[in-house]
Design a protein around this ligand. Structure first.
Ligand code: GUN
Length: 292
C-alpha cells in the first residue's frame, strides 16, 4: 500500500485564496483591511522567522500587520500594557503574542490580558476552557490543531468513533488537538514522555497525530494499516551532503510509514503552511466578529 499524501501546501493555498478573496470583498465594500498585531519579546531567531512569515503573509493577502518587539528583559507590566493598547486599537483585529515568552514572564497572565474577540491564537483561558467543555464553543481555535483538523477533513477521515492517538500534550498543539478530536466524537488517547507501550498504543490508532518533537520517531511498525497520520514536527538536521548543509524532516519517518498508512501529511509541506493559513483565516474572522 502506498499512502495518499495529504498535501498541506496545496490545501493551505486554497484556504489562503479564500481568505484573500474575502478580504478583497470587504475592502471593496469600504471596510478596513483586517489587521494582525504580533508581539515578540526578545530575539529568539526561530521566533523572529515565524513572526516575519506571518507579517509577509498578511501583506500577500491584503491585510495589515503591525509588528511590536520588546526587549528580552521587558517587564510583565510592559508586556501587558502593550496588549492593552492593542486591545483598544480598532485597526488591530487580532493579537498574536509569540510563544515561548522569556521565563521571567507569566505567560498565562499575558494571554489572559488579550481581548477574547482578538485572540486569534485561541490561547486565552476562556477560549481553551470552552474548547474543553461540552456544549460550549470557543471564538477561536489554536491554529496548528485547527490546520490538522482541516487536513483530516480533506483526507476524508471519519472521526466519529475513531480511535485517535495524539503524541504530545503541549498547550499549543497536543492538548487542544485532543480536545478538538473529542468534540468530533473520536475516542482519544494522549501519549507523552511517561507513556508505557507507546508503539503498541500508536499501532492501534485509526488517526495518529505526531507532535512529540523527535525527528522521525514514528516508524512503520507504529502505524496501523490504512491509518491517517498527521506529522506536526519540523526538525532541521545538519547534513554536509546537502546543498544547504541541512535537511528538514518531521516526527514521522515518511517513506516507510507511507508503505502502511492510508494517508500521511509530509513535513515539510504539511502542517506548517496550514498553521499560517488558519492564522490568516482567524484574523479575517476576528474582523468579521468585531465589525459586522
Ligand atoms: N509558538 C509556536 N507556535 C505558536 C503559535 O501557533 N502561536 C504563538 N503565538 N506562538 C507559537
Amino acid at each position: 500500500m502506498t499512502a495518499t499524501k495529504i498535501d498541506g501546501k496545496a490545501i493551505a493555498k486554497e484556504v489562503r485564496e479564500e481568505v484573500k478573496a474575502k478580504v478583497a470583498e470587504r475592502v471593496a465594500a469600504g471596510k478596513p483591511k483586517p489587521g494582525l498585531a504580533t508581539v515578540l519579546v526578545g530575539s529568539d531567531p526561530a521566533s523572529e522567522v515565524y513572526v516575519g512569515m506571518k507579517k509577509r503573509m498578511c501583506e500577500r493577502l491584503g491585510m495589515e500587520s503591525f509588528s511590536h518587539t520588546l526587549p528580552a528583559d521587558a517587564s510583565q507590566e510592559e508586556v501587558e500594557a502593550l496588549v492593552s493598547k492593542l486591545n483598544a486599537d480598532p485597526t488591530v483585529n487580532g493579537i498574536l503574542v509569540q510563544l515561548p515568552l522569556p521565563d521571567h514572564l507569566d505567560e498565562e497572565k499575558v494571554l489572559q490580558a488579550i481581548d477574547i474577540t482578538k485572540d486569534i491564537d485561541g490561547f486565552h483561558p476562556i477560549n481553551i476552557g470552552r474548547l474543553a467543555q461540552k456544549g460550549r464553543e470557543p471564538l477561536f481555535v489554536p491554529c496548528t490543531p485547527d490546520g490538522c483538523m482541516y487536513m483530516l477533513n480533506k483526507a476524508g477521515a471519519k472521526l466519529e468513533g475513531a480511535n485517535a492517538v495524539v503524541l504530545g500534550r503541549s498547550n499549543i498543539v497536543g492538548m487542544p488537538m485532543a480536545l478538538l478530536l473529542v468534540k468530533q466524537n473520536a475516542t482519544v488517547t494522549i501519549c507523552h514522555s511517561r507513556t508505557k507501550n507507546l508503539k503498541e498504543i500508536c499501532a492501534e490508532a485509526d488517526i495518529l497525530i505526531a507532535a512529540v518533537g523527535r525527528p522521525e520517531m514514528v516508524k512503520k511498525d507504529w502505524v496501523k494499516k490504512g491509518a491517517i497520520v498527521i506529522d506536526v514536527g519540523t526538525h532541521r538536521i545538519d547534513d554536509a551532503t546537502k546543498e544547504k548543509g541541512y535537511y528538514l524532516t518531521g516526527d514521522v519517518a515518511y517513506d516507510e510509514v507511507a508503505e502502511v498508512a492510508g494517508a500521511v501529511s509530509p513535513s515539510p509541506g504539511g502542517v506548517g503552511p496550514m498553521t499560517i493559513a488558519m492564522l490568516m483565516r482567524n484574523t479575517l474572522r476576528a474582523a468579521e466578529i468585531q465589525q459586522d
